[in-house]
Design a protein around this ligand. Structure first.
Ligand code: FRU
Length: 466
């Protein structure tokens, strides 16, 4: 393993935007969640990490663990790039436990050293640990090389066990048509992998994407769900408005034909800042997903404070009557420090909520019936920063700044749960069938308010979060 130089690590210099209960770095840049698992009494989350600056750079694997999914402890960096198998970076990957040993499968990223960062090649590698803290790279890496019909895009292995065999999916791009696809591999021992070809491929660059990153495939409530991060989908009306998005399809993976068939791609989240998700199965059988609150092409404002980006909260994924739900993990109830509001409320006009710490609050709103119109607003000294408005079956999310609006369609409005942290908002509508993930940067005093033009009746709970 390569050496680290902690004397050059970036440190947090200003706490103003620092998250209180989301996973972030101790200093430095973060992107995708990696290696999610439960091992020897701890939940483990790894993340794409550049400890030497607040910009993306040679990728390390940062590492936190928790006994309860609420309190996270930073651990030493798990993977350091620069060995022959990962000369240019340890890119995203996943974890699996076999015979009491924790294995990480990750992408080795390599540059051709011609000064062009868009000219690279990728392979797949293995590392392991018996204590869940210290990792050893496998001496015979790499374990998978790109197939001949692939372009340079070949990354992000997601591994699982099924009927005594191991399987993984990989994000990739087909060389012939330059479209995204998901490759499928099989193994009996995690070290030797048989290529089974693509299980599904993009049908068009602008409509479905030219490269599919971060695939995830899991079974939940008797359905198989494929989640992936396609690059290059062009906006379609009020859909696909971000640079890239996370899509999902509900269907079936056929282990015999080695094909996935399912629904049309749908956006998993409707906010400005959601990408590169991964999930894992908890010991009690729930599917928990983390994502990266990606700034996409914008620079996150905390970059001048010695850190950049955070993960989302863990979300429980379920499929009920063919509909995907993503709800905050039930463990997060442990964040509730005190109940600020628990009342029936009639809203007409704009009404400020009296809460003890607006930037660290969970709101649970339950509507008596679908309102005529309704808004939730987070504002600072300069006015509204983030708001969510409902009217006539449409939800409109508005943030301050450029490209302000994001949308989702709902047939009715039953409930909304909102988690506000120092610089993020996560909104779960109708039991998590629609979600929005947003970063925000407040100046001065922050307020939370509800508004309605026509009187609207709802039950409001507000919890101050630790
Ligand atoms: C997604 C991604 C992955 C890659 C990683 C590199 O955000 O591009 O495909 O493994 O980030 O940091």
């Amino acid at each position: 393993m390569q050496k680290l130089d902690p004397s050059k690590f970036v440190h947090v210099t200003n706490q103003r935007y620092r998250q209180h209960y989301h996973i972030t770095t101790p200093g430095g840049w973060l992107n995708d969640p990696n290696g999610l698992c439960y091992f020897k009494g701890y939940y483990h989350v790894f993340y794409q990490f550049h400890p030497y600056s607040t910009e993306w750079g040679p990728m390390h694997w940062g590492h936190v663990r928790s006994r309860d999914l609420v309190h996270w402890e930073q651990l030493p960096i798990a993977l350091v790039p620069g060995d022959p198998e990962d000369s240019g970076g340890c890119f995203s990957g996943s974890a699996i436990i076999k015979n009491g040993r924790l294995y990480l499968l990750y992408t080795g990223h390599h540059y051709y050293d011609d000064g062009d960062l868009d000219h690279f090649w990728e392979n797949q590698n293995l590392a392991y640990s018996d204590d869940g803290v210290h990792f050893t790279k496998y001496e015979h890496n790499p374990i998978i090389e790109a197939p001949a019909d692939n372009t340079q895009h070949f990354r992000d292995p997601k591994v699982w066990e099924h009927d005594g065999s191991y399987y993984l999916v990989l994000g990739s791009q087909h060389q012939g048509d330059e479209l995204g696809r998901i490759l499928f591999y099989k193994s009996t021992d995690l070290f030797h992998w048989e290529s089974c070809g693509p299980i599904i491929e993009s049908q068009g660059k602008d409509t479905e994407g030219w490269m599919w990153e971060c695939p995830d495939l899991f079974s939940v409530n008797g359905q198989d769900v494929l989640v992936y991060s396609p690059m290059g989908i062009k906006p379609q009306g009020k859909r696909f408005l971000n640079t890239s998005q996370v899509c999902y399809r509900i269907g079936k993976l056929d282990y015999q034909t080695q094909r996935f068939t399912g629904s049309q791609p749908a956006e998993l989240d409707h906010g400005h800042n959601f990408y590169a998700t991964q999930s894992f199965t908890t010991p009690d059988g729930r599917q928990l997903q983390f994502g990266w609150m990606s700034p996409f092409d914008e620079t996150p404002q905390e970059h001048t404070d010695g850190w950049a980006c955070s993960l989302t909260l863990p979300r429980e994924i379920s499929v009920v009557d063919g509909v995907l739900h993503a709800q905050p993990a039930r463990e997060l109830a442990a964040l509730r420090h005190q109940t600020d509001i628990d009342d029936e409320v009639r809203v007409t006009g704009q009404q400020v909520l009296t809460v003890s710490d607006p930037q660290h609050t969970e709101l649970a709103l339950k509507f008596a019936e679908t309102p005529h119109d309704f808004s939730w607003i987070l504002s600072d000294q300069d006015g509204a920063l983030v708001s969510l408005a409902y009217e006539q079956g449409q939800l409109t999310l508005t943030r301050r700044g450029n490209d302000p609006h994001r949308y989702a369609t709902v047939t009715e409005l039953d409930d909304i749960r909102i988690f506000v942290d120092t610089s993020s908002v996560e909104i779960f509508v109708n039991a998590g069938t629609t979600t929005f993930t947003e970063r925000y940067y407040a100046k001065g005093l922050v307020e939370l308010a509800l508004a309605a033009e026509r009187e609207c009746q709802l039950h409001v709970q507000a919890f101050q979060l630790k």
